[in-house]
Design a protein around this ligand. Structure first.
Ligand SMILES: CC(C)(COP(=O)(O)OP(=O)(O)OC[C@H]1O[C@@H](n2cnc3c(N)ncnc32)[C@H](O)[C@@H]1OP(=O)(O)O)[C@@H](O)C(=O)NCCC(=O)NCCS
Length: 204
């Protein structure tokens, strides 16, 4: 384990987070959710669970990536300065299905395993809630996110034509349908691997 692992807090989203989450949304998606959608998710949608990642050391904390990535950041003059929040995600529980409604990491914090932490914790919650499958939609051009989902066993289940409003891009429906013991064991291993990269205070 390295001493300089970023220390982050994983916790439920609150109303006070909405302004910052909306800003991260704007930086992450061509058609971001407005604040009223987050208010609905938090106050009125019983099936929704929204979570955020907060850097534990606030704006004091500056993180650099290791190796080639870190070298490339320095060449480009990128400083990874902590923002108040580093990422967020949401999931809906509908019957025996858990559906990932959104997931994003602040651009300053990408490539540091935070997206994986968000997905890992949502899948863990889906299993705890006895979900039979976990599903999501992803742009067919979003290879990076698809890599993350494949790592967690998601497979393409179908394609929705013209799903996205901004450019009418198609979406893949992806899902993981076998949350059996071997999958759970694998999730534990992924959790251990994440702990080598991140110090996580889990407040969920
Ligand atoms: C998708 C997103 C959440 C990933 O978050 P992240 O914190 O940067 O990703 P992580 O560091 O946790 O990486 C996890 C996995 O994602 C994939 N990945 C991440 N960065 C990648 C890159 N530059 N190229 C290819 N795959 C990449 C890899 O599979 C990686 O696993 P590995 O490190 O074992 O190879 C982030 O890029 C993001 O917010 N994008 C904009 C919003 C978005 O597209 N959300 C998905 C909507 S469906």
């Amino acid at each position: 384990m390295t001493a300089d692992r970023p220390h982050v807090i994983l916790r439920a989203m609150t109303m006070d987070d909405i302004d910052e989450v909306v800003e991260m949304d704007r930086l992450s998606f061509p058609t971001p959710w407005p604040a009223r959608t987050y208010r609905y998710e938090l106050l009125d949608n019983d099936r929704s669970m929204m979570q955020v990642i907060q850097p534990a050391n606030g704006s004091q904390d500056i993180h650099t990536r290791n190796g080639l990535n870190g070298w490339w950041d320095r060449v480009r003059g990128i400083e990874r300065i902590a923002s108040e929040l580093a990422g967020y995600s949401g999931m809906w529980h509908i019957g025996d299905e858990a559906h990932v409604s959104t997931i994003a990491v602040h651009p300053n914090w990408r490539g540091l395993k935070l997206g994986e932490l968000l997905l890992w914790s949502m899948v863990r919650r889906a299993i705890r809630n006895n979900a039979r499958l976990v599903t999501l939609e992803v742009r067919i051009s979003n290879d990076l996110a698809q890599n993350l989902y494949r790592k967690y066993g998601f497979e393409i289940m179908g394609r929705r034509n013209g799903y996205y409003r901004d450019n009418h891009e198609d979406a893949y429906m992806m899902g993981v349908t076998s949350l059996d013991q071997s999958y759970r064991d694998q999730l534990v291993e992924y959790g251990k691997a994440l702990a080598l990269s991140l110090k996580v205070s889990d407040r969920l």
